[in-house]
Design a protein around this ligand. Structure first.
Ligand SMILES: *[C@@H]1O[C@H](CO)[C@@H](O)[C@H](O)[C@H]1NC(C)=O
Length: 409
C-alpha cells in the first residue's frame, strides 16, 4: 500500500482537530431529561408529523460533534455566521437541509441527541455525527464520530427506554387520567408518526476514492454502502417508523476537495469523473433497493430516496440559472487560490482564510459542504416533488407547516 500524503480530504476536513477530551465519556442519556422542558400547551401529536429523527454525517450534524469535541473547524467563526449567528457545529455558514425540513414541518430545529441536558426530544432528535460512515468498513477512519450503526443503536435505546418508562408509569398510577394529563414523557405514538431522515454514505464513498485500488475494484465495494443504509432502513421500519426519507450522496466530484485532493480526469463541467461515477453507482443501487423495499412494505410504509445529486449538480455546474454567482468556488477560503481552496488551509484552519463578501452568492461553503443559500435552493427543488424515488407525497408535510403557521398567529 502506498502511503498517501495527508491530503485534506473530506475525512480530514471533518476530523481535523477533532478529539474527544480525555475526560469526556459519551453516555446514552437516561430517561430523566425527557421529563424536563415539556409544555403541555404544545401537544406535538396534534400535527400529522410531530417529530423528526435524523441520522447521518456532517451534512445533517446540527451540533452532535460540537458537544463532544473540544476543537473542530466548524466550532469557529465564520461557521454559523448567517445562522444561528455563532458556530453551532453545523458545517456551513447557516442552515442545513435538515433545518429546512424542520422549518417545512413547523417544527423546532432538530436537537442533537447528545444534548440531553436541555432537550426533551418531544419533537425528535438528531443522531447525525460529522465524519460518520454508513459502513463499518471505514468507521475506524472517523473514530470520534458515531457511525450509522451506532446512531441506530442510540435511537433504539432511547425508544426502548421511553417505552419502558411509560409502562412503569402506567403500572404505578394505574389510572388512565393521571397518565394522560401527567405524563411529560415523549409519547410512544411519536415514533410511528415521526419523519425519519437518513443522509449518509458520502464519507464512505470518499474513503473509497482514497484507496489504492482500480475503479473496478472500488465498484465492487460500493454495494456495501447501500447495504448498510438499507439495514438502517429495515431496522427503523421494524422499530415502527412509517415515514422515511433517504438522501442520496451529492456529487463530491464537483467539489474543490475532490478536484484538488483526489484529481484525475475531469468532465466538461470540471468535475472529477471517477468520483462522481462511484457516487452515481452507489445512488442507483440505493434507489433500486429502496424501491424494492417500498413495494414490499407499501401497506405500512411511505419511503423514498431524495435525489439530491442532480439538484446539487445543477447548482454547482449551472449556478446562474439558480441565482448564484459562483458554483464551485468556496465562500470561505483563500483569495487568490483556484476556487479559493487549499488543502491544508481550510476555512478556519489558517489565518489566511476569509469569509466571502456575500455567502448567498455561493453554492459551496468551504470546499466540501454547501452554503445555507444552496441548502435552501436544494430544499426548494425537493419541494417541486420530482426528485423522489419512488414517488412520495408531501401533502402531509404541507398541512403540518400550514397548521403550525396558523397556530403561530
Ligand atoms: C429560502 O428561499 C426562499 C425563496 O425560495 C426565501 O423566501 C427564504 O427566505 C429563504 N430562507 C432562508 C433562510 O434563506
Amino acid at each position: 500500500m502506498k502511503i498517501r500524503r495527508p491530503a485534506a480530504s473530506i475525512l480530514t476536513l471533518i476530523l481535523i482537530n477533532f478529539h474527544l477530551t480525555s475526560g469526556t465519556r459519551y453516555r446514552i442519556p437516561t430517561v430523566s431529561p425527557l421529563l424536563e422542558g415539556f409544555q403541555s400547551d404544545s401537544d406535538p401529536s396534534s400535527c400529522c408529523i410531530p417529530a423528526i429523527f435524523s441520522f447521518g454525517s456532517s451534512v445533517a450534524d446540527t451540533g452532535t460533534n460540537l458537544l463532544l469535541a473540544v476543537d473542530l473547524l466548524a466550532s469557529r467563526y465564520p461557521y454559523g455566521v448567517t445562522f444561528p449567528g455563532y458556530a453551532s457545529g453545523r458545517w456551513s455558514n447557516g442552515r442545513l437541509l435538515i433545518d429546512f425540513w424542520a422549518e417545512l414541518l413547523g417544527l423546532p430545529y432538530v436537537d442533537p441527541f447528545v444534548n440531553s441536558g436541555s432537550s426533551s426530544f418531544r419533537q425528535g432528535a438528531n443522531f447525525a455525527s460529522a465524519g460518520s460512515t454508513a459502513t463499518d468498513r471505514y468507521a475506524s477512519f472517523a473514530p470520534s464520530s458515531f457511525s450509522l450503526s451506532l446512531q441506530l443503536h442510540q435511537f433504539s435505546k432511547f425508544k426502548s427506554q421511553t417505552v419502558a418508562t411509560h409502562s412503569e408509569q402506567e403500572a404505578v398510577s394505574g389510572d388512565q387520567k393521571i397518565k394522560d394529563c401527567g405524563s411529560k414523557l415523549v409519547p410512544t405514538t411519536l415514533f410511528q408518526k415521526a419523519l425519519y431522515i437518513i443522509a449518509a454514505g458520502g464519507n464512505d464513498v470518499h474513503h473509497l476514492t482514497d484507496q489504492d485500488m482500480t475503479i473496478e475494484e472500488k465498484k465492487t465495494v460500493i454495494p456495501e454502502i447501500s447495504a448498510a443504509i438499507m439495514q438502517t432502513v429495515e431496522a427503523l421500519h421494524e422499530e415502527g417508523a412509517r415515514t422515511i426519507l433517504v438522501e442520496d450522496v451529492y456529487p463530491l466530484g464537483c467539489l474543490p476537495a475532490s478536484i484538488f485532493d483526489v484529481g484525475g480526469v475531469v468532465d466538461s463541467d470540471g468535475c472529477v469523473e471517477s468520483v462522481n461515477e462511484l457516487i452515481r453507482s452507489h445512488n442507483s443501487i440505493l434507489r433500486k433497493e429502496l424501491a424494492a423495499f417500498a413495494q414490499k412494505h407499501s401497506t405500512d410504509l411511505s419511503i423514498a430516496l431524495v435525489d439530491t445529486y442532480s439538484i446539487r449538480h445543477g447548482l454547482m455546474t449551472n449556478p446562474a440559472k439558480h441565482g448564484f454567482k459562483y458554483g464551485m468556488a468556496a465562500c470561505c477560503g483563500i483569495y487568490g487560490m483556484p476556487l479559493r481552496y487549499k488543502s491544508d488551509e481550510l476555512c478556519t484552519q489558517s489565518q489566511r482564510t476569509q469569509l466571502c463578501m456575500d455567502p448567498s452568492e455561493y453554492v459551496v461553503w468551504e470546499g466540501i459542504h454547501y452554503t445555507e443559500a444552496a441548502n435552501n435552493a436544494t430544499m426548494k427543488a425537493i419541494l417541486s416533488g420530482v426528485h423522489f424515488y419512488p414517488e412520495f407525497s408531501l401533502s402531509c408535510f404541507r398541512s403540518c407547516s400550514s397548521q403550525s403557521a396558523v397556530l403561530a398567529k
